[in-house]
Design a protein. Sequence first.
Length: 434
Amino acid sequence: MRRLEPWFIPFALVNGAAVGLTPILLPLVAAGQGAGHVGLVMGAFNLGAFAAPAAGALADRYRSYRGIAVVCAAFSAVSLWLFPLVSSPVQLLLALAGGGGFAGAVTMANLLIVERRPQSEWNQRLGWLETALGVGQGGALALAAWLTGLGSRDGLLIAALVPAAAIPLGLVLIPRVPRAAAGAPVAAPREPAARAGQRLADIGQVGEWGPASPSRVHYLHQRRRPLAGLSRAAGLVRGRFGWMLAAWIPAYAGSAIVFSLYPVLFQHAFGVAPQTSSLAFAVIVFVSLPIFALAGRISQRRGPAAVLAGALAARVVLLAVLAALAAAGQVPVVLPLAAFSGVLFAWSFLSVASPGLTGLLVPRAEGEAQGILAASSGIAGFAGSVAGGLAAAHWGYPAALGIGAGATAAGLIIFSAALLRPARRVSPERPPVP
C-alpha cells in the first residue's frame, strides 16, 4: 500500500508557511508595534482555526476538495504578501485570514483520506500525512532563518511564494473526489459513531495539530448537518470530558505564550538572533518526529491520562525554567534552547494522549468530541497569545513566561484532581439523545 502520495506536497507547503514561516516572520514584523501587538497577531492567527468547520461544511455540500484547498492556499499566500504593507489593524485581519486558510487546507487534507480510503487505512495514512507536514514545517523554518536577514518586506514577499506554489501544484496533484464516492460512507455502517460523523478507530496515533506545531487543528466534520451537533456538544462537555476541557484550556493557553512570542522572546530575553532561533526550531522539529511513535507506545502501555499528566508536569517545570533564565539575564544560549526543546517534545505526548483520552471518555460521539477539543485549543491559543503579548509588553518576558507556567500548572491541578485517578477505571459517557 502506497502511503506517501504526491498530493501531500501542496499541503506540506501550506503547512510549512503556517507553522514554519508565520511563527518566525510575523512576530518579527509585528514587534515593531510592541510585544502586545505580537500577541494580538498570533492570537488572531490561532483564531483562524474556526474556519475549519466552514471549510468542512463547504466540502460536504459541494465536494470540491481541490478547489477549496487551492483557495485556502491563496488566502495563506496573500496574507503573507500583504502583511508588511498594511496598518496594524489590517494586519490582524490578514493573520486571521492566514490562520483560516491553514485550517481549511488541513481540513481538506484529512478529508481526502477519510473520504477516499477504507477506515482500516485511516490511521496509517494520516500518520504519513503528518510526517509529510512535519517535513514541510522543518524545511520552512530553515528557510525562515535565511529570510529573517532580508528585511521584513522582502522576507515576507519571498515567503508568500511558498503557499503560492501550492496553488498550481494543488490543481495538478490533488485528486478529484467523485460526488458518489464522496457521499458514500467509508466507515463501518453498523457503528453508531459513523452515523454522527467521521470517526478514527485509533485517533490517538495522530497528533491533534501535527508534528511540533503549537497551533495545528484537525477538524472531524459532521456530514450533512455541520451545525446540528451544537445541542449534543453542550451535553458532551458535562462530566469527565468537561473536566478534561477545563484542564486543557489553561494548560494549552500557558504554552501558547512561548510559541506566539518565540523569535522576539529569544531575541530580547536571551540574545539569540532570529536566524539562530529559527534554525534551532527546525532542528528540534525534525528531531521530534520519531517521538510521536514512542509517545503512542507509552500511551498504549500506561494509558493516555497518565501520559497527559506527565507531559503537562514537564511543561510546567520547563516553562518555569525558561522564566527563571529570562529573569537571570545573560545565560548560555544552550540552556533556553534546551528548555524550549523539552516544551516542544512534550507536545509529542500531549498530541497523542489528548485525542486518545477524548476517545475513551466519549467513545460514542468521538467525532464531535474531537471537534470540541480542537475548538477549545483554538480559543486557548488565542487567549494565551494575547495574554502573553500584553504581559510581555507591560511586565517583561520573565513575567509572561511565569504566567504561562502558572496557567499550565492550573490545568495540571484540575486534571489530576478530576481525571488522573479515575482514568484507570474510566467508564465511557453516553452522548445525549438527539
